[in-house]
Ligand binder design. Structure first.
Ligand code: SF4
Ligand code: SF4
Length: 300
């Protein structure tokens, strides 16, 4: 989506130029940004974690270079950078003493890849803060939850000490705090609230997703947002996408599409009245010359 926005801005300037309404050049940095945003994800890498075992600090578990850096801009202390200062570089903390523990970087990470470890009260049993988004009502203080590493392996079972949310700024994300051994603290990434595998469609048959359940994971759109658009009269999934952004993400609506149909059904809408979305495949611009087999592509 970000790449499409930059390409759209550039095309807009070109059109303005062709109409004699703009005389300047397309800014070079836009072209560079477009190239970066269109680049393929890099290989999986090992993350470097801070060595300190005191104080408070974020731990970044993202392992693949993709154009993403909201953690950098969300930090009020300017404590986070990405490698080579590039949007595709993996994030790191410049100096752990700069971190004041505000949790912005944990809330904002779209990949749920950032945690915060707090050694201040107990260096042997630090508190880890883990982001969590699905079936949020199942997370209760005092409940024991399985804490997992980045590969989903269970590191141990720990009672939930606190659940935090920021309804205004980050309504889709809960932060779950557990006290763990220090060896586990920097490895912990997520929790399982339900260990036994259950056929997802069976749960869905029985329970309606609550309003705060994320329906579109790419754009973080909740069931409540989709429901209210339906209640306001939206009967076209393309319009729903334009209004709420549900289905606008990189997965091309693979996950949310059946759920959106289901929400229409639950709202008592006759499905024959609903217009399905127009699929728009992800694209990379290809010069005609490449298709024609002309070397270098651009000449064709
Ligand atoms: S917790 Fe807050 S202060 Fe610390 S690194 Fe994250 S955003 Fe910055
Ligand atoms: S926001 Fe999350 S996924 Fe993006 S660079 Fe920061 S830690 Fe990685």
């Amino acid at each position: 989506a970000s790449s499409a926005m930059v390409t759209g801005k550039m095309t807009g300037l070109k059109i303005a130029g062709s109409l004699g309404l703009y005389e300047g050049e397309i800014p070079e940095e836009w072209e560079e940004k477009e190239t970066i945003l269109k680049s393929k994800p890099g290989p999986l890498m090992q993350t470097k974690k801070p060595r300190e075992e005191e104080g408070i600090m974020p731990i970044f578990h993202c392992r693949q270079e993709v154009p993403c850096n909201p953690c950098v801009t969300a930090c009020p202390e300017g404590a986070i950078k990405t490698e080579r200062d590039e949007i595709t570089g993996l994030p790191y903390i410049i100096d752990v003493t700069m971190c004041k523990g505000c949790l912005n970087c944990v809330f904002v990470c779209p990949g749920l890849a950032t945690t915060r470890v707090d050694f201040r009260k107990d260096e042997k049993q630090p508190i880890v803060t883990l982001p969590y988004e699905i079936w949020r009502e199942k997370v209760e203080v005092g409940e024991k939850v399985a804490v997992t590493d980045v590969d989903g392996a269970i590191l141990g079972y720990y009672p939930v000490e606190k659940v935090l949310s920021s309804q205004k700024k980050y309504p889709g994300t809960l932060l779950v705090q557990v006290r763990v051994e220090k060896d586990v603290a920097k490895e912990a990434v997520g929790i399982w609230v339900q260990e036994e595998q259950v056929e997802p469609s069976l749960i869905y048959e029985k329970e309606l997703p609550p309003d705060e359940a994320i329906i579109c994971r790419c754009e973080r759109i909740t069931a409540g947002e989709v429901r209210s658009a339906i209640r306001e009269g939206v009967r076209d999934i393309n319009q729903l996408k334009a209004i709420t952004r549900a289905g606008m993400g990189a997965c091309g609506s693979k996950t949310c599409r059946p759920m959106i149909w289901r929400l229409f059904e639950e709202e008592g809408i006759d499905l024959t009245e609903v217009t399905d979305r127009t699929d728009r495949p992800l694209y990379v611009e290809v010069p005609l010359g490449i298709l024609a087999g002309v070397r270098g592509g651009g000449e064709g």
